[in-house]
Design a protein. Structure first.
Length: 600
C-alpha cells in the first residue's frame, strides 16, 4: 500500500503541481507488532514451557507490545491527527471500562498480560485482511475488534490458569461451583456421630497427611488388582467440595481435607465409605488470587488424636480429630510479621516429637522462615531458616544418622535440627523470582531437590564428621524439571513430570531413562509392592502406569473429573480418594491385600 496519494482532479493539467498531498495511514508497523507479539506469547510456550523464559516472554512481550503499539499510534501511524486523538480517547475509555466494570478476577495483570496481547494480534490480523478494502474498512474493523474485546471482557470471569499459563474463562453471570455448593448446602453440616476420641491414635492412620507417612508419595505394604483396562476401580461415591488444592489425610474410617466456602476456610471431615460429612472446623478468612483461585493449599496432618492445619492466609490450627473442636490457633502473619505469599501459605505442618513445624517466610532477613510451635499449647518455641517464600512443606529425614527437617525455599535448601532450630547444613540455589513447590526426595544420605522453570533436579550429598556438616552438589540434571508436580522413587529410578511429560531418570546419575506420557501438570502416587504409578492428569484423567525403567507403559486411562485437577491422590484401606477444586470421588480397589504393616 502506498503511504502517499495525491488529490489531483482528473481534468487538471499533469504539468500543474497538485494542490495538496494527503498521507495514507501507515498500517504495516501494526501488523509487524502483532506478528512479533504473537510469536512472543506462543513460541516460548512451545520450545520452553513453564520456564522463566516462558514467563518473562509473556510479561515483557505484553509490556513491550503495549509500548510499541502506543508509539506507532502516536508517532508513526500517519493517521490524521483528528482520528489519532479519537483513537487514543476510545482506547482510554475502553481500558477504563474494562478496569472498573469487569469481574474482579479480570485484574490489571490479566488484562495486561492475557487480554491486551491477543487484542493487538486480532487488530493486526483484521488490518492485514482488510488491506485491499482501504483505510475506511480497516478503521472500522479495528474499532470493532477493540469494542468486541471489551464487551467480551465485561461478560467473562477468569477461572484461573493451567500449568501451561493458559487461562480458563466462564460467563460472568454463571454461578461458580463454589456458589452452587453454598446454595445447595444443607443447614446442618453434621450428619453422623463423631468417632470415639479414644480410638483415634496414631496407629489408626494409614495415611496421616500430605503424601503419606514419609511425605514421599509412596503406598507401602499393600497390593490390589491392577488390570484396570479390563475392570477399572468401582466408584463408591462422589460429592461437591469447596475450592482448594489440599489432599486428604485418612483417619480410620474418616478422611479430612481443607476447602473454602464463601468467607469461611474449612477443615472438613467426611465418612470414607459414604462421603457424608462428619464435622467441619471454620475460620473466618478467605485467601484468593486470580491465577490459582480461592481456597487453602495445604493438607491436614494427623498426630495422636489431633489435626494440625495451615490455611492459605497463614492460620496454623490444632484441632481435635474426633469432633473438629479447636485446641489452639496461631497466625503466622501476626506472630512473625510474615507476608502472605503470592500463591498463599501452602506448606502442610510437620509434627516432630512435641513440636509442630511450619514455613512462614522471612521478609526481614532475620532467620524466621521456619517456625516451631508446641504441639500441646501452641506456644512458639523457635524460628530459623532462610527464604522469603516456599510452597513446599517441611520434610523429616534421617541423614548421617541424625533426624532433621529439610526445608526448601526460594533461597535453597537447609537441614534444621528439630529440637532447637539449629542450621546443620545448607546449599544455596536461589531462583528468585521463581517459586519452589516440590518436596525433596531422600535416598540414603542424599537429598534431591526438584525445581521447575527449566532448572532441573539437584543431588546433594550430605556428610557429617564430628560437629561439621557439609552439603555437596553431586550433579544437577535438566532431565527432570518438576514445576509443582512431585516425583517418586523406586529401585534406583525417579518417576515424575519433566514439565508436562512423564519421565524416568536414574537416581545415581540423573540420566534420562525414558520420557513419554502427557498428563499436563498432574500428580503421581507410587504403589510400591504392586510396582504401579497412579497418575492424575491436570485435565482430570486417572491413569495407571507401570513403574518400570523399560519404558512408559500405560495400563489404562479414564476420566474422573471434567476440570483442572492439581490435588494429590490418596490410597488407603482399599480405597482411592481423588479431588480437585470442585468435587471429590472415592473408588474401590479390587483384591486389596495388606502384605505387611505400612509402618514397617
Amino acid at each position: 500500500m502506498s503511504d502517499i496519494s495525491t488529490n489531483r482532479p482528473e481534468n487538471q493539467d499533469p504539468s500543474t503541481p497538485p494542490a495538496a498531498t494527503v498521507p495514507q495511514p501507515r498500517i504495516w508497523p501494526l501488523i509487524v507488532i502483532a506478528a512479533l507479539l504473537l510469536a512472543a506469547i506462543t513460541i516460548p510456550g512451545q520450545i520452553a514451557p513453564s520456564t522463566l523464559f516462558h514467563f518473562m516472554s509473556l510479561m515483557w512481550g505484553a509490556l513491550i507490545g503495549m509500548g510499541l503499539t502506543g508509539l506507532w499510534l502516536v508517532a508513526f501511524s500517519q493517521i490524521p491527527w483528528k482520528e489519532r486523538l479519537g483513537a487514543i480517547a476510545l482506547v482510554t475509555a475502553l481500558i477504563l471500562t474494562a478496569i472498573f466494570l469487569s469481574h474482579s478476577s479480570m485484574n490489571a495483570m490479566v488484562l495486561g498480560v492475557v487480554i491486551f496481547p491477543w487484542t493487538v494480534v486480532a487488530c493486526g490480523a483484521v488490518a492485514l485482511l482488510a488491506i485491499p478494502l482501504g483505510w475506511s474498512v480497516q478503521r472500522a474493523a479495528l474499532v470493532a475488534v477493540m469494542v468486541t474485546t471489551t464487551v467480551l471482557v465485561l461478560c467473562l470471569r477468569m477461572e484461573g490458569v493451567r500449568g501451561t499459563i493458559t487461562a480458563d474463562f466462564a460467563p460472568r453471570w454463571s454461578p461458580t461451583t463454589e456458589e452452587t455448593l453454598l446454595a445447595n448446602q444443607k443447614e446442618t453440616s453434621q450428619t453422623q456421630a463423631a468417632p470415639d476420641a479414644e480410638s483415634l491414635t496414631a496407629a489408626t492412620s494409614f495415611w496421616p497427611g500430605f503424601r503419606g507417612p514419609q511425605r514421599d508419595g509412596v503406598v507401602r505394604g499393600v497390593t490390589f488388582a491392577t488390570d484396570w483396562d479390563k475392570e477399572p476401580p468401582k466408584e463408591l461415591w462422589r460429592r461437591s467440595v469447596g475450592p482448594g488444592w489440599s489432599s486428604f489425610c485418612v483417619i480410620g474410617q474418616q478422611i479430612v481435607t481443607q476447602e473454602q466456602r464463601g468467607e469461611e476456610e474449612l477443615v472438613t471431615c467426611y465418612d470414607a465409605s459414604t462421603g457424608e460429612p462428619v464435622w467441619q472446623y471454620a475460620i473466618e478468612t478467605r485467601f484468593e488470587e486470580p491465577l490459582a483461585g480461592p481456597g487453602p493449599r495445604a493438607t491436614p496432618t494427623f498426630h495422636n488424636g489431633k489435626l494440625f492445619t495451615q490455611g492459605g492466609s497463614g492460620y496454623v490450627s490444632c484441632i481435635n480429630a474426633a469432633d473438629g473442636a479447636e485446641v489452639w490457633q496461631r497466625d503466622l502473619v501476626e506472630d512473625l510479621n510474615a507476608k502472605t505469599p503470592e500463591w498463599g501459605f501452602s506448606g502442610s505442618p510437620l509434627v516432630v516429637g512435641n513440636l509442630v513445624i511450619a514455613f512462614a517466610g522471612d521478609q526481614s532477613k532475620a532467620d524466621k522462615s521456619v517456625v516451631a510451635y508446641d504441639a500441646e499449647t501452641g506456644d512458639l518455641k523457635w524460628t530459623a531458616g532462610k527464604g522469603k517464600h516456599s510452597y513446599c512443606s517441611p520434610h523429616l529425614a534421617k541423614l548421617g544418622g541424625v533426624d532433621q527437617v529439610i526445608m526448601i525455599s526460594d533461597w535453597g535448601v537447609q537441614g534444621i535440627a528439630p529440637a532447637d532450630g539449629k542450621i546443620l547444613w545448607e546449599n544455596e540455589w536461589d531462583i528468585e523470582p521463581g517459586n519452589r513447590v516440590v518436596q525433596p526426595q531422600i535416598v540414603a544420605d542424599s537429598v534431591y531437590v526438584g525445581t521447575g522453570l527449566g532448572m532441573g533436579t539437584r543431588k546433594l550429598d550430605i556428610k557429617h564428621a564430628a560437629e561439621a556438616w557439609s552439603a555437596t552438589e553431586e550433579w544437577t540434571s535438566r532431565n527432570l524439571k518438576p514445576y509443582f508436580n512431585d516425583f517418586v522413587q523406586l529401585d534406583g529410578h525417579f518417576y515424575g513430570f519433566d514439565d508436562r511429560i512423564f519421565t524416568c531418570i536414574d537416581v545415581a546419575t540423573g540420566d534420562r531413562i525414558w520420557k513419554g506420557g502427557r498428563y499436563g501438570h498432574g500428580q503421581t502416587l507410587l504403589v510400591e509392592d504392586a510396582k504401579v504409578l497412579i497418575v492424575v492428569s491436570e485435565d482430570g484423567e486417572l491413569a495407571l502406569v507401570q513403574a518400570t525403567p523399560e519404558g512408559h507403559e500405560e495400563i489404562t486411562k479414564f476420566r474422573v473429573f471434567a476440570n483442572k485437577t492439581w490435588n494429590h491422590p490418596v490410597v488407603a484401606d482399599g480405597k482411592l480418594f481423588l479431588r480437585n477444586g470442585e468435587e471429590m470421588a472415592c473408588f474401590e480397589l479390587r483384591d486389596w491385600q495388606e502384605t505387611k504393616k505400612a509402618d514397617e
